[in-house]
Design a protein around this ligand. Sequence first.
Ligand code: SF4
Length: 179
Amino acid sequence: MCLEGIAEEAKACMKCDLGAGRHKTVPGEGPCDAEILLVGEAPGAEEDLSGRPFVGRAGKVLDRALAQAMLDRSKIFITSIIKCRPPGNRKPKVWEIEECIPLLQAQMGAIKPRAIGLMGNVAAKAVLGLEGVAGLHGQVFQDRYVITYHPAAILRRRELQEDLVSDLKKLKELSLSRK
Ligand code: SF4
């Protein structure tokens, strides 16, 4: 399925309760031939209003980390496990993830990225069934996944920025090594 088709499906989706509370669905953005895919948790308030991923405070952290890792955001596809904002930015429920993850799987299938960054515990658990970013970040799983911190975590613990940048560099190396 093409990315536009997946985005349209997400915009019309009412498979879980989050659909009723959203202003805009946030399917993700980036080129369909992206070599790197970044996956966060769920849209926040600014993403919900704009329909674009990582445009709020966490997005600024991500932008800075990408620049430090010499990565061009416009060449990366950025999305989340959940495409509609959970109320009050609560953690997504298991059943919401189960309903929403087929959209991410369709995006992965359409893009076929060389390297995938899972940002935060929710993304790592939903995609790989792994938990504990602190002990797992920076490692490569299944030849193409790198787990790292969610940029929102850096807002609470600035010292983690270095780890995020180093994990993004690992992702970049991985995408180049698989060419
Ligand atoms: S969060 Fe996902 S499954 Fe739930 S309504 Fe939005 S797009 Fe559909």
